[in-house]
Design a binder for this molecule. Structure first.
Ligand SMILES: [Zn+2]
Ligand SMILES: [Zn+2]
Length: 195
C-alpha cells in the first residue's frame, strides 16, 4: 500500500495534512491509457468522521507533449483545486432531499467529486488521476504566442526569420489575421503564383 492509499483509521475523527509528490505514472489505474504527465504533487487536508471523508486541496504538475504549432516540446503546468468526498454506503445527504438542479449547479461550481469508498482505505491516487485527466488540455502549445513553423520552408519562426514570403513578420501578421477568413473564403487567400 503506497502513501496514496490512506487507511480510514488514520483519518477518523481528525484532520490529516496531505503533502505527497509522486511520479504521474504511479497514479495510473490498471487498464486505462497513460497521461503525458511528470511528477504530481497532492497537497491538502483529509478529514473524516468514520462515514464520510473529505479531501480539500490541490493537485499540481505538468503535462508534457508536442507543441501543435512548432512541434517543439510543450510543457503545460496545471494546478487544480480538488474537493473529493469519499463516503461509505449511501451518501449522507441523499440527493433526493435537494432540488435536483440546485445540486447540479452547486457541484458543477464547487468542483466536488463524490467517490464511493471501496475497502478500508481512501485511494487518493484514483481521485487524483481522474482530476488530472479532466484538466488535460485539448491542444498543447509551447507558449500562447508560439509563432509556429514557416509553411514554406519549415523554419521555426520562434527562433528565426527565414525570409520566405510567408515567414516574414509582415506577411505572418497578415496571414494570422486572414487565416480564419481565408479558411472560410479560399478566394481571399493571397495568390502566390506571381512570386
Ligand atoms: Zn510552439
Ligand atoms: Zn520559410
Amino acid at each position: 500500500m503506497s502513501a496514496l492509499q490512506v487507511p480510514l483509521s488514520a483519518v477518523s475523527g481528525g484532520a490529516l495534512p496531505i503533502d505527497l509528490e509522486t511520479a504521474g505514472q504511479s497514479l495510473q489505474p490498471e487498464g486505462v491509457s497513460g497521461l503525458p504527465i511528470g511528477p504530481v504533487r497532492i497537497r491538502g487536508t483529509l478529514t473524516g468522521d468514520g462515514v464520510q471523508f473529505v479531501f480539500t486541496g490541490h493537485v499540481a504538475g505538468s503535462f508534457t507533449g508536442t507543441c501543435a504549432r512548432c512541434l517543439g516540446p510543450a510543457e503545460m503546468p496545471f494546478d487544480v483545486e480538488a474537493i473529493w468526498v469519499f463516503s461509505q454506503g449511501p451518501l449522507p445527504h441523499p440527493l433526493e432531499d435537494w432540488e435536483e438542479e440546485e445540486v447540479e449547479d452547486e457541484e458543477a461550481d464547487s468542483g466536488v467529486t463524490r467517490i464511493p469508498l471501496d475497502g478500508n482505505f481512501i485511494d487518493l491516487a484514483l481521485a487524483a488521476w481522474e482530476e488530472i485527466a479532466l484538466a488535460m488540455p485539448l491542444k498543447f502549445l509551447c507558449k500562447e504566442t508560439c509563432a509556429g513553423l514557416c509553411p514554406e520552408c519549415g523554419a521555426n519562426l520562434n527562433d528565426t526569420r527565414c525570409g520566405c514570403a510567408a515567414g516574414t513578420n509582415e506577411t505572418t501578421f497578415a496571414n494570422k489575421g486572414l487565416k480564419a477568413l481565408g479558411d472560410l473564403f479560399p478566394d481571399l487567400k493571397p495568390d502566390r503564383s506571381e512570386d
